[in-house]
Design a protein. Structure first.
Length: 73
């Protein structure tokens, strides 16, 4: 999986459970991680809602990609 700001929260959380810790690191105990809407909401929308600067958003995406790459080995 290629992680981008268009990645759906629910997809990455279901396929890569370790991604939850990365998301919490950047978003805190965000309600979006447990909300039913996570199946439709994107990481990019979470970035906007939490007011993360672009450089932090890019770090989060890179950290999520590392989780995906590690599990897909």
């Amino acid at each position: 999986m290629k992680v981008t700001l268009d990645t759906i929260f629910g997809e990455i959380l279901e396929e890569y459970p370790a991604s939850e810790e990365v998301l919490k690191k950047y978003l805190g105990e965000a309600y979006c991680l447990s909300c039913p809407g996570k199946m439709f909401d994107t990481i990019g929308n979470g970035v906007l809602l939490h007011g993360l600067p672009d450089e932090v958003a890019n770090l989060m995406v890179a950290d999520l990609q590392a989780v995906v790459d590690e599990q897909d080995k």
